[in-house]
Design a protein around this ligand. Structure first.
Ligand code: NAP
Length: 282
């Protein structure tokens, strides 16, 4: 029987652990703090930032918001990041992406002190991830690994196919899946025979950003299907990359959208912020 992997419920378990750790820090007089920067007024970014701030409040992390105008220059933004890097009361810095076109995202990511890079985006932290020395784990990929763990799905020895090779999902997920001893294939827009490769997967992860891109004929019987995609349909509803109806007939486990990977991404962000605070107050 197919089972739904509940990201909302799993994220609450992760957040409860974070709340306890925040409580232990509070007893020592330490208040974990996340600085969140948003540039411009992209509505989706505003929703993400609000959700992150709300979750901070629930787990006992202080959040500071820096809402900058669309026309903010790159040097002004990097100036703010440099001040936050030096600010002893700030443990984590998050700059909501995407940034306006005149700002070089890479330069901004690299300006964040790696010890405060709770999104795990900068080169130092990505390098540490691949060598197995990571302090922070990349939020969405680590959220996926926690989902598997919570449902007792062992990736070891399994074939894992990841569709999408972005720096925030596909590539870092490949590192975590390798660490978990899966045999990993990463596909992208130039991949040939995509459907055939997907059908070889025991664990199939889609991070493409195209509604209903993965259909039932691309999925092996009894496989585990993880849908990272968040796509807004014309009717305003959210949908994933996976055609839920046809795929859920074949998969043994499937994540819904919404309520799958999304809540886990925020939960890992909370965990990284607590880790940053604990590391700084060791
Ligand atoms: P991205 O940077 O746009 O990357 C998309 C990837 O999909 C690229 O590697 C691209 O290949 C590949 N792709 C595009 N068309 C393809 C095709 N026809 N066949 C195979 N591969 C194809 O996207 P992203 O930032 O990783 O995000 C992907 C989706 O996940 C989006 O819907 C995003 O909103 C969602 N997301 C969700 C969360 C969450 O918390 N749940 C977090 C992050 C992202 P090329 O590299 O060859 O172009």
């Amino acid at each position: 029987m197919m089972k739904i992997i509940d990201g909302k419920e799993t994220s609450l378990l992760v957040c409860e652990q974070v709340r306890l750790r925040a409580g232990a820090l509070a007893k020592k007089g330490v208040e974990p703090c996340l600085a969140v920067i948003i540039v411009g007024d992209d509505p989706a970014s505003r929703v993400y930032v609000n959700n992150k701030k709300k979750k901070c409040a629930l787990v006992g992390i202080r959040s500071l918001e820096y809402a900058l105008e669309e026309k903010t220059s790159q040097s002004e933004l990097i100036g703010l990041i440099e001040r936050l890097n030096k600010d002893e009361s700030v443990d984590g810095i998050l700059c909501q992406l995407p940034l306006p076109g005149h700002i070089d995202e890479k330069a901004v990511i690299e300006a964040i002190d790696p010890q405060k890079d709770v999104d795990c985006f900068c080169n130092v932290n990505i390098g540490k991830l691949w060598t197995g020395d990571a302090v922070f784990l990349p939020c969405t990929p680590a959220g996926i690994m926690k989902l598997l763990e919570n449902y007792h799905i062992d990736a070891s020895g399994k074939s894992c196919v990841i569709v999408g090779r972005s720096n925030i999902v596909g590539k870092p997920l490949a590192a975590l899946m390798l660490k978990a001893n899966a045999t990993v294939t990463v596909c992208h827009s130039k991949t040939k025979n995509l459907a055939e490769i997907c059908r070889s997967a025991d664990i199939l992860v889609s991070a493409v950003g195209k509604p209903r891109f993965i259909t039932g004929d691309m999925v092996k019987e009894n496989s585990v299907v993880i849908d990272v995609g968040i796509n807004r349909l014309e009717n305003g509803k959210l949908c994933g990359d996976v055609d839920f109806d046809s795929v859920s007939n074949k998969a043994s486990y499937i994540t819904p959208v919404p309520g799958g990977c999304g809540p886990m991404t925020i939960a890992v962000l909370m965990e990284n912020t607590i880790k940053a605070c604990e590391e700084r107050h060791k």
